[in-house]
Design a protein around this ligand. Structure first.
Ligand code: IPE
Ligand code: IPE
Ligand code: MG
Ligand code: MG
Ligand code: MG
Length: 322
């Protein structure tokens, strides 16, 4: 049984060892770049942890795990373009450092590399189907995320379903694929999937909370991007629910503003969140979802001591600052 630190070390070494074609440099350099500036690498970690509940030879599925990280990084290249984000992992985004077309094509190539890596990994029909379902679902979630930018009647339930697709699926499937490849029984696979999925909901809610309230010296992304882009987050949806008429009008004014200072909009919307206690509400929801996710882990039928690292992981994630 490996610790989180040991598995992370293995993943980092494996990411550094990914082989790229030599040319064209302008296609592969951005891929090398995004994969070299870090990231928490929680998806490959979850896959290895899911596998390690049942089997010891985690290196046997390293390519499957790398595939998930490559896929995740592909989504980030395109997500940053779609969200007009200039900063990723404390560094300029690929479309800023190079240009938009580079972010598109290097992203596409990373997507193909993800399938190539999975194909080089441990073979299992069900795991392949899971990988395809996960990666297809993320795109659907991302489309809803964008559709919601221009809708003003998005409900909390719609938001939860959107983040389930764009973020939770990958966490759930990481555990599902890992445990499937480890030979887990179907009930365990399902409980681990649910554990990851619920944790993923909390993870995205936390991402949205940090986007407004994160510590700028730690967050590694530009604060306030979601407010500027009119993202229909749990926070904005609940602010509308709790706002009085004046606050609603103020929120409407900023959402509909065409020509505005980004910082002024961020400050004004954050001010309303502060008055309404939206940060506490979001924090509460995050804690609820985390607690719920752990109940699914309880149901997994491996000896309790094997689950220690996953519990530790969930707790560490809850306290994350970036
Ligand atoms: C960012 O993912 C996108 C979300 C789903 C919130 P991570 O927070 O896992 O980003 P990295 O890979 O650690 O940088
Ligand atoms: C992105 O959500 C989820 C995916 C990349 C699929 P966000 O747009 O909130 O992620 P960040 O904040 O840019 O990392
Ligand atoms: Mg984004
Ligand atoms: Mg986005
Ligand atoms: Mg975000």
């Amino acid at each position: 049984m490996y610790t989180i630190a040991e598995l992370t070390q293995k993943i980092n070494t494996a990411v550094e060892g990914i082989q790229y074609n030599a040319e064209p440099k302008n296609l592969y350099d951005p891929i090398r770049y995004i994969l070299s500036i870090g990231g928490k690498r929680i998806r490959p970690l979850l896959m290895l942890m899911g596998y390690n509940l049942y089997k010891e030879d985690v290196d046997a599925i390293m390519n499957n795990a790398l595939a998930l990280e490559a896929y995740h990084n592909f989504t980030l290249l395109h997500d940053d373009l779609m969200d007009k984000s200039d900063l990723r992992r404390g560094n300029p985004t690929v479309h800023k450092k190079w240009n938009e077309n580079t972010a598109i094509l290097s992203g596409d190539t990373m997507l193909i590399m993800a399938y190539q890596l999975f194909n080089k990994g441990a073979k299992n029909e069900e795991a392949w189907t899971a990988f395809i379902n996960a990666t297809l679902g993320v795109g659907e979630g991302q489309q809803y995320d964008m559709d919601f930018e221009t809708r003003n009647d998005v409900t909390e339930a719609e938001y939860m379903e959107m983040i389930r697709m764009k973020t939770s699926l990958l966490l759930g499937y990481a555990l599902k694929i890992g445990s499937l490849l480890g030979g887990a029984n179907q009930a365990d696979v399902d409980h681990l999937y649910t554990f990851g999925e619920k944790m993923g909901l909390a993870y995205q809610l936390q991402d949205d909370l940090l986007d407004v309230y994160g510590d700028p010296t730690k967050f590694q992304k530009k604060l306030g991007g979601d407010i500027v882009e009119n993202k229909k987050t749990f926070m904005l949806i609940n602010a509308y629910m709790l706002a009085d008429e004046t606050q609603k009008a103020e929120l409407d004014r900023w959402i509909n503003a065409k020509d505005f200072s980004a910082q002024e909009k961020i400050d004004a919307v954050t001010h309303i969140y502060n008055i309404l206690g939206i940060n506490k509400l979001a924090q509460q929801k995050i804690e609820e979802l985390f607690a719920e996710s752990l109940k699914s882990l309880d149901l997994v039928t491996v000896p309790e001591e094997k689950k220690t690292e996953l519990r530790l992981f969930a707790n560490k994630l809850m306290g994350r600052k970036y």
